[in-house]
Design a protein around this ligand. Structure first.
Ligand code: NAI
Length: 333
């Protein structure tokens, strides 16, 4: 059997982690034959809660789970990592501005980037989930200069999955028959869910999304705003941010990094923008359509972009530039 992979989950006493850890530990992400050492980081006051999570993981009696290491110390948490899933942060509460969240969180991601630099393997794959995810990811990457920026990505797969599901429900089919939706830009309400390259499989045949849905006004209106506002709608209903669906999206994202995307399919993730064909400003973590092979992502280049899409892609880029500049001025990185 293979050597265990060492996987860190931060915010491990929180609600996303509670939905996430079982799936990772039973092999949904890194493979059904891949043993795992799970390292669980949270802050000191949460250690008693984390102890309970550890007990539950032990009580699952999972064959792949070789060891569980709970800690509140960076030098333990980040040591020799193969994968880091950075969830821990201050979550957005009802009515909270993204700017407040940015201030509270970028400092965390700076110090975690520094810890990755110091302790993790240089091959570590880092997935940032804690919001504002794109900018937190950029700050972590900048704070770990000896780890390739390509090893960092942020979660927009939840938005991607939401978009697939909205189209699928509209067509009365299963979400597995919808492929190649794109989330462009920021994991925020300026994100642009784009279906111009999306295909819907109707009775065994791939059909252009606009032809399958047969409602252009909906696709260019309520569909977009529903996906953009979905996180806020869940918070309003649950009084807590998305957890079960976020955990599922984290698994989808990391599994695709580990095992690759299917031929002919692309997925969305926030990655470092440099030299792309879409005119997205450099030095941002921006969500693009990507394919993945051998644990390496590649932006799907050359897709036709109409004026409708262009304006929305630019608006979300402008928000990210502003967010980055605020974060950088705040931290001096
Ligand atoms: P939660 O509040 O239930 O858990 C967060 C955990 O992080 C807490 O246990 C807290 O003690 C811990 N934490 C805080 N600072 C930490 C630090 N410096 N190091 C390690 N742990 C730390 O929050 P929840 O619901 O699990 O959400 C976590 C984050 O994920 C939030 O920022 C939320 O906005 C974000 N999120 C992102 C999504 C995405 O699609 N990118 C989707 C859903 C949530």
């Amino acid at each position: 059997m293979a050597e265990p992979v060492r996987v860190l989950v931060t915010g491990a006493a929180g609600q996303i982690a509670y939905s996430l850890l079982y799936s990772i530990a039973k092999g949904d992400v890194f493979g059904k034959d891949q043993p795992i050492v799970l390292v669980l980081l949270d802050i000191a006051p949460m250690m008693p809660v984390l102890e309970g999570v550890v007990m539950e993981l032990q009580d699952c009696a999972l064959p792949l789970l070789r060891e569980v290491i709970p800690t509140d110390k960076g030098e333990v948490a980040f040591k020799d990592l193969d994968a880091a899933i950075l969830v821990g942060s201050m979550p957005r509460r009802d009515g909270m501005e993204r700017k407040d969240l940015l201030k509270a969180n970028v400092a965390i991601f700076k110090s975690q980037g520094e810890a990755l630099e110091k302790y993790a393997k240089k091959t570590v794959k880092v997935l940032v989930v804690g919001n504002p995810a794109n900018t937190n990811c950029l700050i972590a990457a900048k704070s770990a200069p000896s780890i390739p920026k390509e090893n960092f990505s942020c979660l927009t797969r939840l938005d991607h999955n939401r978009a697939c599901s909205q189209v699928a429900m509209r067509c009365g089919i299963s979400a597995e028959f919808v492929k190649n939706v794109i989330i462009w830009g920021n994991h925020s309400s300026t994100q642009y869910p784009d279906v111009h390259h999306c295909k819907v499989n109707v009775q065994g045949k791939d059909v252009v999304c606009f032809d399958a849905v047969k409602d252009e006004a909906w696709l260019k209106g309520d569909f977009i705003s529903t996906v953009q506002q979905r996180g806020a709608a869940v918070i309003k209903a649950r009084k807590l941010s998305s957890a079960m669906s976020a955990a599922k999206a984290i698994c989808d994202h990391m599994r695709d990094i580990w095992t690759g995307t299917q031929e002919g399919n692309f997925i969305s993730m926030g990655v470092y923008s440099t030299g792309n064909s879409y005119g997205v400003p450099e030095d941002l973590i921006y969500s693009f359509p990507v394919t993945i092979k051998d644990k390496t992502w590649k932006i799907v280049d050359g897709l036709a972009i109409n004026d409708f899409s262009r304006a929305k892609m630019d608006a979300t880029a402008a928000e990210l530039v502003e967010e980055r500049d605020t974060a950088v001025s705040f931290l001096g990185v």
